[in-house]
Design a protein around this ligand. Structure first.
Ligand SMILES: Nc1nc2c(c(=O)[nH]1)N[C@H]1C(S)=C(S)[C@@H](COP(=O)(O)OP(=O)(O)OC[C@H]3O[C@@H](n4cnc5c(N)ncnc54)[C@H](O)[C@@H]3O)O[C@H]1N2
Ligand code: MOO
Length: 402
């Protein structure tokens, strides 16, 4: 399947299986996605609010001082022309006041009255100036970040209705993998067991340490047992390795044994083509997904950005991630009729993408210095100066990249 087509298909399938809406207290909502639009419960501001420290006055000056209004109180009306109350920034302007005079622009008369020249523009904020009660400020599908949480609080929310956070598990396949110490005697370190959960968390998944399993023994029964167990609780199970058809590649037979159906089975992309996404419908009718990440570590990350990121966007009810563009600083070869995802470092100031070195699919050195992958479409090659889409890596937790 074409790479673009695979992304769209996975997104649509994820959206059709969008996770249920739940209520979260504001302090637990970060990283979730709004399941309903955000609208203020009152006008914002809710009352006429002084925007300066000064004097709320009625009529023309000089004004006789008759009181003081602090923020957080309900003031008595100003009923008499020529009177004033001292007022703090954020305090409710008393009904009857005709203006607010800034403290630094006021003087005192010998009699102790306040005097000064009023500015033409009012020194207060009117109800509804920021938003009217019930007005849609953010649509469903908006990622919840600290600014959204702050806005929700100012709109009067105690909880937010958000999509449940997807729960993900990881199964690492490969008897050759060591989980400690340096590589030796034909064995290498498992690079994906430690790295993939961290990528998944950056994409908004919950991954508990107990949900990272492996290396799972390279036998079909062990694979089947591990996948069944992982699917019992997780919405998404990622597996690493075993996507091909080598002597100990058991993923496809395991999926067949579980009655899974393929959403995507191999993608015309290099590196990473053996990636897959399968769907398993449990006896309870709940849909779960298995993402088969190839064993070569960079290919596994390409499967994450290509299939898992759009799937999670769909499950979270978010829009399909839009790819930013950058200008290639150097030529990047095409990969025939496959899409080439080429690791690049972005110069954000210049808007340029710089190919990095050490980018073999078995390597992680290039990836560690990269910001994402430049997309070289099938049948094309990238020349210096070409504008190309870039698939960003979610390098900082909560970045608005997905
Ligand atoms: N006859 C062919 N062989 C292969 C082809 C092919 O087209 N024809 N494609 C190659 C490509 S491309 C990829 S990608 C891999 C995919 O293989 P699998 O997903 O089945 O993965 P494995 O065979 O289990 O492992 C591949 C490679 O990656 C290393 N690996 C696996 N897991 C980890 C891990 N957690 N951390 C670090 N390294 C890992 C493993 O040792 C192998 O070296 O197939 C090619 N073969
Ligand atoms: O296509 Mo494989 O995924 O390069 O290493």
């Amino acid at each position: 399947m074409d790479w673009e087509q695979a992304r769209s298909r996975v997104y649509a399938v994820g959206l059709a299986a969008a996770l249920p809406a739940v209520d979260k207290p504001l302090d637990e909502a970060d990283g979730h996605t709004l399941a309903e639009p955000l609208s203020p419960r009152t006008d914002l501001p809710a009352f006429v609010t002084s925007s300066v420290d000064g004097w709320a006055v009625r009529g023309t000056g000089p004004w006789r001082i008759v009181g003081r209004v602090l923020a957080g109180t309900t003031p008595a009306p100003l009923t008499e022309d020529g009177t004033t109350v001292e007022i703090a920034t954020g305090a409710m302007v008393p009904p009857g006041a005709s203006a607010v005079l800034r403290v630094e622009e006021s003087t005192r008369t010998a009699e102790g009255c306040v005097d000064g020249v009023l500015r033409a523009a009012p020194e207060w904020r009117l109800p509804g100036e920021e938003a009217a009660a019930g007005e849609e400020l953010l649509p469903a599908g908006t990622p919840v970040d600290p600014s959204v949480i702050g806005l929700a609080a100012s709109c009067g929310y105690d909880t937010l209705r958000v999509r449940a956070q997807p729960r993900a598990a990881l199964l690492v396949f490969g008897d050759e993998l060591l989980t400690a110490g340096p590589p030796a005697a034909g064995r290498i370190r498992d690079a994906l067991g430690p790295a993939v959960p961290a990528w998944l968390r950056r994409y908004g998944c919950q991954v508990r340490p107990d949900d990272v399993i492996g290396p799972v023994a390279d036998t079909l029964p062990a694979h089947e047992e591990a996948l069944r167990a992982a699917l019992a609780d997780a919405d998404l199970v990622c597996t690493t390795g075993g996507t091909m058809h080598g002597p100990v590649d058991h993923l496809h037979p395991t999926l067949a044994a579980l009655g899974a159906d393929y959403v995507v089975n191999t993608v015309a992309v290099r590196p990473g083509f053996p990636m897959l996404l399968a769907r398993v419908v449990g006896t309870d009718g709940r849909v779960r997904f298995v993402a088969g990440l190839p064993g070569n570590p960079q290919s596994a990350v390409i499967a994450l950005v290509s299939l898992v990121a759009p799937l999670l966007a769909g499950l979270g009810g978010r829009p399909m991630p839009v790819l930013p563009h950058a200008t290639l600083a150097e030529a990047v070869p095409g990969r025939g009729n496959h899409t080439h995802l080429a690791l690049v470092r972005l110069d954000r100031a210049a808007g340029t993408a710089h190919p990095v070195r050490h980018v073999g699919s078995a390597m992680l050195r290039g990836l560690s210095g990269a910001d994402g992958f430049a997309v070289i479409r099938p049948g094309t090659s990238g020349a210096a100066g070409d504008r190309v889409p870039v698939v960003p890596l979610p390098l900082l937790p909560g970045e608005r990249t997905c």
